[in-house]
Design a protein around this ligand. Structure first.
Ligand code: NAD
Ligand code: UDP
Ligand code: UDP
Length: 314
């Protein structure tokens, strides 16, 4: 099978799981935010192959399943080159769908809760159309992912392609980028290094954090569903927590003395986000199994190890 974005945070975990269950995996990545280090443990294996390639260009390979994860996911990364972000989502989707069409292969899209924008419906169900600012700084990501979903459903209707669209909510765990500005990595690294924990706004905005292993399990289950299941399906942890609550929890769990400092909230920052996972429960027989404390423990241990290994530089 093919995993695009396979050298990234989620992609590397997915590659590991697929190789572990005996699949042949082709990992395609242009290393924009991912690294070879993320898949270092797989590099020598005969069932794993790594190809440097940008999905905005056509790709001719032979595979039976495609997991399309290629796309920078954190606001700092996807806003650095917004045109490239939209191209990756849209041209990347067209190329992967064209590839799937030629091969009659199944194709899974890692979509996002960002398609709901700053939602006015809580929790978010899949039939909610969302509230996205099409012109704002997050639009390259949100609208790119929305257009990719459109393409997936049109290829499905027009070419009978077997598709699986998953809307992933905030995911965290080992191999998150230490410097990508995501709230979990920011808070954990700050707490471990004694730097201020920076809360944007008053911290009353909420997120729902799902541990990476649970998300990967949902992806694999979705790929294995019968062809009538197309999605979209929300994948996330309905355990909702305000950002200030996360700051306090990380501080407590690390035993840190880092001060909590308040900074201005970024533009278009969604106020509340929480998945309704009724569909995932029904169609995938899936629900998160790792609670926030247990997942944070593993994440803290990961960053602790990195900080120790790099003399304090994550
Ligand atoms: P990541 O940045 O760690 O991984 C993305 C990978 O895609 C990187 O390895 C990057 O180098 C690669 N990539 C980017 N542009 C590419 C291109 N044009 N061609 C080939 N490779 C390219 O991010 P992640 O958190 O692992 O996210 C993976 C996918 O899941 C993304 O599509 C993201 O939108 C989606 N997602 C993630 C989250 C989350 O919380 N992490 C939430 C919702 C959706
Ligand atoms: N494509 C690809 N690999 C393939 C087949 C197609 O990368 O094995 C690309 C191809 O470059 C094309 C896109 O996928 O631009 C869409 O393919 P499709 O067959 O839907 O469209 P068409 O080739 O007719 O434009
Ligand atoms: N956030 C914060 N401090 C940080 C990083 C993020 O308070 O150091 C907030 C951010 O404003 C948002 C939430 O945490 O409200 C989640 O941000 P993240 O970038 O992780 O994910 P997203 O906004 O894409 O859900």
């Amino acid at each position: 099978m093919l995993v695009t974005g396979g050298a990234g945070f989620l992609g590397s975990h997915l590659c590991e799981r697929l190789v572990a269950r005996g699949d042949d995996v082709l990992c395609v990545d242009n290393f924009y935010t991912g690294t070879k280090d993320n898949v270092a443990a797989l590099l020598g294996l005969p069932t794993f192959e790594l190809l440097r390639h940008d999905v905005t260009f056509p790709l001719y390979v032979e595979v039976d399943e495609i997991y399309n994860l290629a796309c920078p996911a954190s606001p700092i990364h996807y806003q650095r080159d917004p045109v490239q972000t939209t191209k990756t989502s849209v041209h990347g989707a067209i190329n992967m769908l064209g590839l799937a069409k030629r091969l009659k292969a199944r194709v899974l899209q890692a979509s996002t809760s960002e398609v709901y924008g700053d939602p006015t419906v809580h929790p978010q169900t899949e039939d909610y159309w969302g509230n996205v600012n099409p012109l704002g700084p997050r639009a390259c990501y949100d609208e790119g992912k929305r257009c990719a979903e459109t393409l997936f459903f049109d290829y499905h209707r027009q070419h009978r392609l077997p598709i699986k669209v998953l809307r992933l909510f905030n995911t965290y765990g080992p191999r998150m980028h230490p410097n990508d500005g995501r709230v979990v990595s920011n808070f954990v690294v700050a707490a471990l290094t004694g730097a201020p924990i920076t809360v944007y706004g008053d911290g009353s905005q909420t997120r729902s954090f799902c541990y990476v292993d649970d998300v990967i399990e949902a992806m694999i289950r979705a790929m294995d569903t019968d062809e009538s299941v197309t999605g979209p399906i929300n994948v996330g942890n309905p355990e909702e927590i305000p950002v200030i609550g996360l700051a306090e929890l990380v501080r407590e769990m690390t035993g840190s003395r880092s001060p909590i400092e308040f900074r201005p909230r970024p533009a278009d920052d969604p106020m509340q986000r929480c998945p309704d996972i009724t569909r995932a429960r029904g169609l995938l027989d899936w629900q998160p199994t790792v609670g926030l404390r247990r997942g944070l423990q593993a994440t803290i241990a990961y960053f602790d190890g990195r900080l120790a290994g790099a003399a304090g530089v994550p």
